[in-house]
Design a protein around this ligand. Structure first.
Ligand code: DX5
Ligand code: ZN
Length: 224
């Protein structure tokens, strides 16, 4: 099997929104691989963030992947808007869509890669009949809605199981972990099978983005 490529995806949720463009540019210049874009609607989750207009504003700043994490219900209406706004990957939660397979199809038809986001209590069986269509599985390691929460350790077992399912699927599917990831736990999270690491507060809360991202990469370098 080819060695896993690790990707670090800072979540702009913890960025300084008054200087969002500069923050995006700075974090990518500091070595981040992509931008994780958390969309919350104060309905599916108890918080409200940004929509397609902000994605469109950020798009010209980078050629790197914009990884849109939709925490909105319903999902389908807003998918083409994010595709037009320049999203590369769009993930959604199965509980937020009446027809999960249809939403995946819609994301693909809109020209984006599709991900399914699983809350800590959402079983992996949600992947049963759709994994073959997905480009990414996003395993939440906190309950969605806020940055700065603590990583739920039990999720490590879930990641191991998700990795086994993905390996059995035999096609390239990213395994992304989101919530409470930092330089201290990133290696154990990688050992459990994740390849894409969302980190909000751990990166944007640091004084120097390059230092924290380098530390994360150094930790990832210890994972065989
Ligand atoms: C939570 C979001 C996460 C979160 C990550 O609902 O999906 O992306 O902002 O932030 P940290 O790394 O601070 O947990
Ligand atoms: Zn997220």
């Amino acid at each position: 099997m080819a060695p896993r490529v690790f990707r670090i995806a800072p979540s702009i949720l913890s960025a300084d929104f008054a200087r969002l463009g500069e923050e995006v540019t700075a974090v990518l210049a500091a070595g981040a691989d992509m931008i994780h874009f958390d969309v919350m609607d104060n309905h599916y989750v108890p918080n409200l963030t940004v929509g397609p207009l902000v994605c469109e504003a950020v798009r010209p700043l980078t050629k790197s992947t914009i990884d849109v994490h939709l925490m909105v219900k319903p999902v389908d209406r807003i998918v083409p808007d994010f595709a037009r706004a320049g999203a590369d990957i769009i993930s959604f939660h199965p509980e937020a869509s009446e027809h999960v397979d249809r939403t995946i199809e819609l994301i693909h038809a809109s020209g984006c890669k599709a991900g399914l986001a699983l809350n800590p209590a959402t079983p992996l069986s949600c992947l049963d009949h759709v994994l073959h269509k997905l480009d990414l599985v996003l395993v939440m390691s906190v309950n969605p809605g806020f940055g700065g929460q603590k990583f739920i350790p039990h999720v490590l077992d879930k990641l191991r199981e998700a990795r086994a399912r993905i390996d059995r699927a035999g096609r390239p599917i990213s395994l992304e972990v989101d919530g409470g990831v930092n330089a201290e736990n990133i290696a154990s999270v990688a050992r459990a099978g994740a390849d894409t690491f969302v980190a909000g507060s751990a990166i944007f809360g640091a004084k120097d983005y390059r230092t924290v991202i380098s530390k994360m990469r150094q930790e990832l370098g210890t994972v065989g």
